[in-house]
Design a binder for this molecule. Structure first.
Ligand code: ADP
Length: 342
């Protein structure tokens, strides 16, 4: 059995600067960091860190594999090594010589702009998808072969940072091989935003998807309407049911940040609050959630328990700074769940 994440890898190049630069301005920064990211890589690391019991050895990993693409540059090498250290199999990460590795250039302001253009902590991000945009037939075929060769059952996690047509083919292949497909529709593409949902090419994906896990903002964009921040649980449940009607996906889970989640299936639903934690940085809460959910399901746990694992992983990720550095390991998650249930 295995968990396959079909998605993106990015390297975040982060500089701290006294303020965000104006056009033509050269600034002296104070700090530089390279951080591994990309929703595909984050979710693969989230799952691997929680570990799965009874997983098939996939050759290089412990039952969690990332299928994606990097460039033939030092950054791609660094991202692959980082995944290996995290216990994620990288046999499915191809190298595209004609592209750069996916990169995000991030400038973070250490102080507020004196002219009020921004506050401290605000950032500028330029994202270059690079090799992520080349995820295609080669990766779909790899997924197909792996799903055939490794005894199931399998779970396949998708996000929207690689081309939608490739995701559609990956979902179809996964479905044909009997895998359970989870789609985190993040980020919602511009074509889907503001139009009647489910729109255009995203709708092509839904027939191959079993579980849909949008956050609040993504649900709004998929539905093409806003949902009031103070809305009652019934409103969120109604939004989840509407999404389910529109997409025909069996399980829709709306993650609601510090308001927890609602989840619907044809004949049942769940409403769960967020676990109370001291929040430091909410980056990657959704990635942690998807990792926790898929690991629990892959171990044959019930939906109730899988939702608990997801929201515990999400809550724990908010208690630490960063993305992958904030993702909890299995012992931490189990200890946290014991603590909150006692
Ligand atoms: P995303 O990071 O994709 O926006 P969410 O913010 O909805 O996703 O977070 C995913 C899950 O993580 C939530 O359903 C919740 O259970 C948990 N979580 C997120 N933020 C908090 C928080 N501030 N406190 C406790 N749990 C949180």
């Amino acid at each position: 059995m295995g968990i396959f994440v079909f998605g993106s890898l990015n390297l975040d190049l982060v500089v701290q600067a006294p303020h965000l630069p104006r056009s033509g301005e050269t600034l002296t920064g104070t700090e530089f960091q390279t951080l591994p990211g990309g929703k595909g890589a984050n979710q693969a690391v989230a799952a691997a860190r929680l570990g799965i019991t009874g997983a098939a050895q996939t050759g290089t990993g412990n039952g969690v594999e990332l299928v994606g693409c990097v460039g033939a540059d030092a950054w791609g090498q660094q991202l692959r090594e980082n995944l290996t250290i995290a216990g994620v199999g990288t046999g499915g990460v191809s190298i595209e010589p004609a592209e750069t590795t996916g990169l995000a250039l991030i400038t973070v302001a250490t102080a507020a702009d004196p002219q009020g253009r921004h506050r401290a902590g605000e950032n500028h991000i330029v994202l270059v998808p690079g090799a992520n945009a080349r995820v295609g037939d080669r990766e779909v075929q790899y997924l197909d072969r792996a799903l055939c060769e490794i005894p199931g059952p399998h779970w396949v996690l998708l996000q929207l940072e690689v081309p939608i047509e490739s995701l559609g083919r990956a979902a179809a292949v996964a479905q044909a091989r009997g895998a359970t497909v989870i789609l985190d529709p993040a980020p919602v593409p511009a074509a889907a935003a503001g139009s009647r949902a489910p729109s255009g090419r995203l709708a092509e994906l839904y027939p191959g998807v079993d579980v849909l896990t949008p956050n609040w903002g993504e649900a709004e964009r998929l539905l093409g309407r806003s949902i009031d921040a103070d809305a009652s649980v019934e409103v969120f449940l109604d939004a989840a049911r509407t999404l389910q009607d529109q997409t025909q996906v069996g399980t829709v889970i709306l993650t609601l940040g510090d308001r927890g989640l609602v989840a619907v299936q044809a004949d049942r639903h769940w409403v769960r609050p967020a676990f109370p934690v001291t929040v430091q940085d909410t980056t990657a809460a959704g990635d942690a959630f998807n990792g926790g959910l898929v690991v629990a399901l892959s171990e044959g746990r019930s939906w109730e328990v899988a939702l608990d694992w997801g929201r515990a992983a999400g809550a724990l990720a908010t208690t630490r700074l960063g993305a992958q550095s904030a993702l909890p390991d299995r012992a931490t998650l189990l200890r946290f769940l014991r603590g909150v249930s006692s």
